[in-house]
Ligand binder design. Structure first.
Ligand code: GDP
Length: 195
């Protein structure tokens, strides 16, 4: 699968602002600063599809990108930014639930975690939430360039254990900086869209 074309088609805080529920969607979730914008830019080959955050945690919208005129990539708001107030956090949960509950086209949510660290409590909660909706199964370990191959292998097994992944679930290490790993992810996305 090669992305030839991608354009933002909606920035939403509520369902009325979503695009029509008429095509498959692949969403991306992760804590603020995990490297989600950088990954989306890598996948789409654009420098500014998603804004790489100068101020993490500020994005409180669900962003929909139309890809190749036949599916959408959905950028979910990052979670876990320390300076977000309690009320903002509640809003985040409502936004997720409204989207997950009512979206026929949603095929999978790709969970991002930092390759360097054990998944956080919130990462585990997010993944459990995806499991609850049957949207789990693919994890991307970001910023893989920041550690050695050996450390990466070790951390991937920690990630698998901490998130409670099963044999079929995938952890795909990616570096947006070095531009490595995206082919494997795109293959997985292709499988999801074909299935
Ligand atoms: P977001 O908040 O999840 O969208 O994260 P960003 O894409 O804005 O990235 C957060 C920070 O991590 C930025 O300073 C990026 O330059 C950096 N970053 C993102 N991906 C990578 C990566 O693969 N390798 C390295 N070394 N840094 C990265």
């Amino acid at each position: 699968l090669k992305i030839n074309k991608s354009d933002i088609v909606a920035v939403a805080v509520k369902p009325a602002q979503y695009p029509p529920d008429d095509m498959p969607e692949i969403a991306f979730a992760g804590r603020s600063n995990v490297g989600k914008s950088s990954l989306l830019n890598l996948l789409t080959g654009r420098r500014k599809l998603a804004r790489v955050s100068g101020s993490p945690g500020k994005t409180r919208t669900i962003n929909f990108y139309l890809v190749n005129d036949d599916f959408r990539i959905v950028d979910l708001p990052g979670y876990g930014y320390a300076k977000v107030s309690k009320s903002t956090t509640a809003g985040w949960g409502d936004m997720m639930e409204l989207y997950f509950d009512n979206r026929q086209g949603l095929r999978k949510v790709i969970q991002l975690v930092d390759a360097r660290h054990e998944p956080t409590k919130l990462d585990v909660q997010m993944y459990d939430y995806l499991r609850h909706y049957g949207l789990d199964g693919i994890v991307v370990a970001t910023k893989a360039d920041k550690i050695s191959k050996r450390e990466l292998q070790k951390n991937i097994s920690v990630i698998r254990k901490t998130l409670g992944l099963s044999g079929d679930d995938k952890v795909i290490p990616i570096s947006a900086l070095k531009r490595t790993g995206q082919e494997e992810l795109m293959e997985e996305i292709e499988k999801i869209l074909e299935g």
